[in-house]
Each structure stands twice: as structure tokens, then as C-alpha cells.
Ligand binder design. Structure first.
Ligand SMILES: Nc1nc2c(c(=O)[nH]1)N[C@H]1C(S)=C(S)[C@@H](COP(=O)(O)OP(=O)(O)OC[C@H]3O[C@@H](n4cnc5c(N)ncnc54)[C@H](O)[C@@H]3O)O[C@H]1N2
Ligand code: MOO
Length: 440
């Protein structure tokens, strides 16, 4: 059908292909609930690592390497001095002492970046700076501190054994050696090594582009006046955008969309072009205005589930548009949105980035006071982990269990994981936590 103009009577009606269905979702329990781990693994099975991309070193910090790196140069690249001092032959200074110094003529000087003018002759010394190549025949360095720092002749007060203060070719890394492997995550130390072997670009998985938006007609952008007492500021799109950024994503915060199906349809469709992952908050439970749940199945294949966790029970997932862009729809309560981020979104971002492990390491902690769970649902309580008098980790709650308590959430540094079959962790017992401030 032409884009403009009237449809001819004989022209067949355009019928959109129904989106391919999602893979079979996991089983639910007798209460219709899916386990947190099943839901997370299901989402992970539905997304693929992003294809590799060449990046400059500093743009690759935190990213996962997609190639093996074999160095073509050795480190050090040549025998060189570890100290400012004099290159000598060890046997010439073997008898040196404070009382009976050895005096040697100084026959030249070599600084870092230069080459020695000539080999060292027996019975002579050559001034040498840290990092400068060792003159041929020299086999030890005497640091300035063990000499009188003489210019024409130098008095040496201490012996330097063969090899002393010399950094040997290839003692750190040898040419031809595999220094980093595909799958390694690039941190500052590895970036330093890549630079040291002369690499300026590497093949890595890029930062996923995560588009974040919040739905709800009650929401107002921070910085504006609230139009009425019934309005609230949008915290979730900022919370989720900040968390996605900390997880390594490149984030586009689109901001607010009202509970209007046309608007949601339009904004999501417009954003697909720049998204590796769409992330929305709100509109996924049972409410009359839960518009995300209503609209998204028109734009892709979706799965809405009740997960056996508290907070974060209502969850949505979809593969949206022609490119089947993954979309995670988290619930609107701010703490639910955050816990959903930790349990589902962060692992998915890490999978897109090819960074393992996808989940946070679990730390065992002593409960300073009793912590009650939510029997039948895995509870992610907000906790404060500290070091107790015995040097062990202890945890206590940062506040209440309500999924609206963003003030309490801001005081927490951990999520305390209380299994679904546990009603209470008594004081003094051990419990699992995720530390939130470590990007492991
Ligand atoms: N009849 C039922 N009602 C609810 C159920 C249920 O199973 N049956 N589940 C509850 C649970 S659990 C959750 S969690 C919430 C999730 O609801 P929605 O995802 O539909 O979220 P909304 O209704 O849009 O909002 C919930 C709550 O959060 C506030 N909110 C929303 N977006 C933001 C934002 N960007 N910044 C700050 N605060 C936000 C919103 O004003 C509501 O107070 O549903 C329960 N209900
Ligand atoms: O599960 Mo909702 O996420 O309790 O607040």
C-alpha cells in the first residue's frame, strides 16, 4: 500500500505478521508463582551477547575482551637499570666498603630513551638513569646512594652483585606470550598492560544502549513544581538509569510517559532504533491504568509473570519490534523497581556485555537482629552490612519492608536474601547478602 493516498478498493488489506512467540516460559508453582532464579534464567536465555566492536583503550574500561591478545614485544624490551646510579662490572666493585671504597673512572652517561655510546670496559663505570639500557659488558648497577656521586671518578662504598638492580628483557612478559584472553574484563590494570605492549585499540563487546522510561500519569520530572498534592516526582527512571550506568550500560533516560496507550506505543516504537535493551517502570500489575501490560503485546512477544519474590512480584519481559529488542518491564514501586534491577536487569546487562558472572557474589553475614521474611516469596530486604567487633560481617535492616520506602533504600548497602521457605532469620544466625557497592 502506498504511504500516502487512498487505498484502492482492489488492494489487499495489509495484515501484520504476528510476532514469533517467546520460548516456553518456566513452570509456576501451585500458587501460580515463578521462582526468581527461573525467571532470571529465562530472561538470560532470551538475550544474546552484543557483537564485538573495536574500541580505543579508554573507551574499553569495564568491557569484555573478544580477542586473545598475544604480545609482539617483551616487557622489559631490553635489559635496563632499576636505579639511578652507575653501570659497572660486579667483580670491579666486589671488594668495595665504607672504609675501603673502590674508585672507578666515569666513562660516559646513559639516560632513559638513549643507547650507551659504547660497551663498558673493565675497571670503569658509566652513569646510568632508571629505565636506561644497560651498556654491553655491564652486569650490575650501583645506586647513587652507595657512591660519592662523582662525575669524573666515582667512589663506590658497597658491592653490587651480578644482576643487581638490572631489569632483564622479558622477565615480566615475553614476546609471543598470551597476555589476555577473550572473555577477560578490562580494568585499569589490564588497560595499562595493553598500552605497555603497544595496543591502542581492542575488540570488545560494547556497552549496551539501555533506554529507560517511567510510566504513570501521576509522575512529574524533578525540578518542576508538583501540580497537585496527588502528583509525585519520578524517581524510578533516575534510579534505574543510574543503576544501569553503574552496571556498565550507555543509558538514554527518556523520562516520563503518561498512562496513555497511544503515547506508550509511540514512544517505545520511536526508541527502538537506539536500544539494545528497553527498561520501563510501572504499569505491570493489576491496576486499571496498567498500560504497559496492555500495549506491549501489540509491539512484540511478551511474558508477564508473578515471581515469588518480595518486592518485585509483577514482572514483564518482551522481545519488541522487528529486531526483537529485549524489554524488561519492572514494577512501579521504587524499591520493587530497584530489586528487579538487581535480580533481572543487571544480569541481562552483563550478559549483553559478555561480563561474567552475571549475578552478584553472595556474602554470608551474621544477622545482628532477627530478620523476618515473606513466607512463600523470596525476600530481598534492604540491609546495612558492617564489620562487627570480631572482624566478621554483620547485617541489620535499613528500615521497613514496604516497597515504597526509598529513604530506607538509600541508607542500605546490601540486599538481604531470605529464602521463600524461611519465615525468620533469628538474631545471630547467618544469612546471604548481596553487597551493592562492589561492581564485581
Ligand atoms: N490488585 C493488585 N494490586 C497490586 C498488585 C497485585 O498483585 N494485585 N501488586 C502490587 C505490587 S507487588 C506492586 S510492586 C505494584 C506494581 O504496580 P505497577 O507496576 O503497575 O506500578 P504502578 O501501579 O504504576 O505504581 C505502583 C506504585 O509506584 C509508584 N510509582 C510508579 N512509578 C513511579 C516512578 N517512576 N517514580 C516513583 N514512584 C513511582 C506509583 O505512584 C505507585 O504508588 O502493584 C501492586 N498492586
Ligand atoms: O512485589 Mo511488589 O514489588 O511488593 O512491591
Amino acid at each position: 500500500m502506498p504511504l500516502f493516498g487512498r487505498k484502492r478498493k482492489d488492494e489487499p488489506e495489509f495484515v501484520a505478521e504476528p510476532p514469533a512467540p517467546l520460548a516456553e516460559p518456566p513452570q509456576v508453582d501451585e500458587n501460580g508463582l515463578r521462582s526468581m532464579a527461573d525467571h532470571r534464567d529465562y530472561l538470560l536465555s532470551q538475550v544474546e551477547e552484543l557483537p564485538p566492536f573495536g574500541q580505543q583503550l579508554l573507551d574499553a574500561v569495564g568491557l569484555s575482551l573478544c580477542e586473545d591478545i598475544v604480545t609482539t614485544i617483551s616487557l622489559p624490551g631490553f635489559d635496563n637499570s632499576a636505579m639511578d646510579g652507575y653501570a659497572v662490572m660486579a667483580e670491579d666493585v666486589a671488594a668495595a666498603s665504607e672504609d675501603r671504597p673502590v674508585t672507578l673512572p666515569v666513562v660516559g652517561e646513559v639516560a632513559a630513551g638513549q643507547a650507551a655510546q659504547h660497551p663498558l670496559s673493565p675497571g670503569t663505570a658509566m652513569k646510568i638513569m632508571t629505565g636506561a639500557p644497560l651498556p654491553e659488558q655491564a652486569d650490575a648497577v650501583v645506586p647513587y646512594e652507595n657512591t660519592d656521586r662523582g662525575a669524573d671518578d666515582v667512589r663506590v662504598f658497597e658491592p653490587s652483585d651480578r644482576g643487581r638492580h638490572i631489569r632483564r628483557t622479558g622477565e615480566d612478559v615475553s614476546a609471543g606470550e598470551l597476555v589476555l584472553a577473550a572473555g577477560d574484563r578490562l580494568d585499569a590494570r589490564r588497560i595499562g598492560l595493553l598500552a605497555a605492549i603497544g595496543k591502542d585499540k581492542v575488540l570488545v563487546r560494547p556497552r549496551p544502549r539501555v533506554v529507560v522510561l517511567a510510566t504513570g500519569s501521576e509522575l512529574v520530572d524533578p525540578g518542576l513544581d508538583l501540580p497537585s498534592e496527588q502528583h509525585i516526582y519520578d524517581s524510578n527512571s533516575f534510579l534505574l538509569a543510574a543503576a544501569a550506568k553503574a552496571a556498565g550500560a550507555q543509558v538514554f533516560r527518556v523520562g516520563l510517559v503518561g498512562d496513555d496507550p497511544d503515547q506508550v506505543r509511540q514512544v517505545i516504537s520511536d526508541q527502538l532504533i537506539r536500544a539494545d535493551l528497553l527498561l520501563t517502570s510501572g504499569g505491570v500489575s493489576q491496576g486499571d491504568h496498567d498500560v504497559v501490560k496492555q500495549v506491549m503485546p501489540e509491539l512484540g512477544s511478551c511474558d508477564f509473570a508473578a515471581v515469588a519474590m518480595q518486592p518485585g512480584k509483577p514482572q514483564g519481559f518482551g522481545l519488541i519490534g522487528d529486531d526483537r529488542t529485549p524489554m524488561i518491564m519492572v514494577p512501579g514501586n521504587p524499591v520493587s523497581a530497584f530489586v528487579s534491577f538487581e535480580t533481572f536487569v543487571r544480569p541481562v546487562i552483563r550478559k549483553l556485555m559478555g561480563v561474567t558472572p552475571y549475578t552478584r557474589p553472595v556474602l554470608r553475614c551474621r544477622a545482628a537482629k532477627a530478620i523476618h521474611g515473606s513466607f512463600g516469596r523470596m525476600n530481598f530486604a534492604r540491609g546495612v552490612v558492617s564489620v562487627d567487633a570480631d572482624g566478621g560481617y554483620q547485617v541489620e535492616l535499613a528500615g521497613g519492608h514496604g516497597s515504597h520506602l526509598i529513604g530506607d533504600l538509600s541508607r542500605a548497602n546490601a540486599l538481604v536474601i531470605i529464602p521463600r521457605e524461611v519465615e525468620e532469620i533469628p538474631a545471630g544466625h547467618e544469612v546471604d547478602v548481596w553487597l551493592l557497592d562492589d561492581d564485581q
